[in-house]
Design a protein around this ligand. Structure first.
Ligand SMILES: Cc1cc2nc3c(=O)[nH]c(=O)nc-3n(C[C@H](O)[C@H](O)[C@H](O)COP(=O)(O)OP(=O)(O)OC[C@H]3O[C@@H](n4cnc5c(N)ncnc54)[C@H](O)[C@@H]3O)c2cc1C
Length: 433
């Protein structure tokens, strides 16, 4: 505990005994827990605050609704942090192939059975065992929390309700609803898309609503655990099928169905059996039989990009800094790239005896990340806009492009490497443990 001084109404006043850390992380989700692990493992004293405790993992419980496709680069980061072993002990589903095409219709409106414009990505073509893993978000979060529990440099306060926050280079401070106060050189906002840290720091957003919403469903399927994801582009949004790990001898898949809000609202109102029937009618014939709906929910989609990633004494990472269209499953993969860059910058600054909350230090992180995040956002937007219309010449061009991509192996390999985070990203922290 350390007594701190505060400057109130022009008077220096002694304030309460606050608990002091080098870094306070607000949000112990996938991104916040990962950054806390990375810093704690380098002897930086960290406190993590989350408003909600994730439910314990039960091996026999059905897969959660919220899952993410984790890239090769994210896998490497999670291995370097020591969390991957716990994720493997819980559950995950590798996917080796990914089929992508645009739905084509005959003049009468009937869907074309053949898919000349399909591209099949196959991990074996770039000598990898898989393209990535579908993992429940809670499995990743719990594994990271378990890793940081073992660090005596990191304390977790959860559930914690934060009442006030203030940030400055001289020292940032948060107060909890129960009156406890915490100070640090730096506060990291990893509190997701609706970030209170971002709001309190007065950081504004570039915000754009997408016209589409996204329905996510967990369904039971026949035919055993799958190793392929399917994604069809349509004018109203992509329709995706993601494999999930077998649980209790049964097989599951995650359906991610983008559409206009009125169509999503209709799909949400269908009975379970009607929903399964509609899925079977709409999704490809090659899919294993869908026997049962377990859970469904929907998410409005918005693109957000913080105009600044930092101010004195505060910095943003993950969804607090950016949210993108999830059509290619890149959101938390970008968040993990933020973690790698921010940890590298802070660890180096710590070793050099610099103030972690200084503008000079935090600018290095923004420089390392803004361009890559922006590029991925723009790429997702280009997909979204290119496919969300029925302009005939454009449709022709994009189908020729998809067909050509499918036929051109080097192009396919480059796309796979980009999506897996093998090219164009930097995941370090390797030698730092
Ligand atoms: C439908 C859908 C599908 C997606 N699929 C993928 C995918 O396949 N691959 C992928 O990479 N990404 C995907 N994403 C994106 C991914 O889910 C997010 O990028 C990721 O969850 C962001 O992690 P985060 O830790 O930054 O934020 P969050 O997961 O939002 O975590 C924030 C944490 O902060 C806590 N918190 C919030 N406010 C406070 C507060 N005031 N005080 C204390 N704690 C607080 C929360 O309890 C939570 O634990 C998808 C998103 C959606 C909507």
């Amino acid at each position: 505990m350390q007594a701190i001084t505060n400057y109130v109404d022009g008077m220096m006043t002694e304030v309460s005994d606050a608990e002091h850390y080098e870094v306070l992380v607000i949000g112990g989700g996938m991104v916040g827990a990962a950054i806390a692990c990375a810093l704690g493992q380098q002897q930086i004293k960290v406190a993590v605050f989350d408003r909600a405790q994730p439910e314990h993992f039960q091996p026999d419980q059905l897969p959660d609704l919220r899952v993410s496709a984790l890239s090769f680069a994210s896998e490497q980061l999670l291995k370097n942090l020591g969390a991957w072993q716990y994720m493997e002990q819980m559950r995950m589903c590798p996917y080796r192939r990914m089929a992508v095409w645009e739905k084509l219709h005959l003049p009468g409106g009937r869907e074309l059975d053949k898919r000349p414009n399909q591209t099949l990505f196959d991990a074996s073509e770039i000598n990898h065992d898989q393209l990535g893993f579908i993992v429940e978000n809670r499995v990743t979060q719990l594994s990271l929390l378990k890793t940081l529990e073992q660090l005596d440099t990191v304390d977790l306060y959860c559930p914690a309700s934060i009442e006030t926050m203030s940030f400055s280079e001289e020292g940032s401070k948060i107060t909890l609803a129960d009156g406890r106060e915490f100070t640090a050189n730096l506060v990291i906002g990893a509190d997701g898309a609706q970030s209170k840290v971002r709001e309190n720091a007065g950081i504004r957003l570039d915000y754009r609503d997408y016209q589409q919403q996204c329905l996510v469903a967990t369904v039971e399927i026949e035919g055993g655990e799958q190793d392929i994801t399917w994604q069809a582009f349509t004018e109203t949004g992509p329709e995706s099928f993601l494999p999930l790990p077998d649980t209790n001898g049964k097989s599951y898949a995650s359906i991610v169905w983008y559409n206009l809000p009125e169509n999503i609202s209709r799909l949400m109102k269908l009975s379970d059996q009607e929903f399964v029937n509609e899925l079977t009618r709409t999704f490809p014939k090659e899919l294993p039989g869908i026997t049962r709906l377990h859970e469904r929910g929907f998410f409005p989609l918005a693109r957000r990009h913080a105009l600044e990633y930092y101010k004195s004494g505060v910095v943003l990472a993950g969804d607090a800094a950016h949210t993108i269209n999830p059509l290619a499953g890149q959101g938390v993969n970008l968040g993990f790239q933020d973690v790698a860059s921010l940890a590298e910058v802070l660890i180096e600054a710590h070793r050099a005896g610099e103030q972690l909350g200084s503008l000079e230090v935090l600018e290095r992180y923004e420089k390392a990340r803004r361009q890559g995040n922006q590029l991925m956002m723009n790429t997702m937007d280009a997909f979204y806009h290119a496919f969300s219309n029925d302009i005939k010449p454009l449709k022709m061009v994009r189908n020729i492009a998809l067909g050509l991509a499918g036929a051109t192996k080097p192009a396919v390999k480059e796309v796979m490497k980009y999506a897996m985070g093998i090219s164009g990203s930097k995941m370090s922290l390797k030698e730092k443990r």
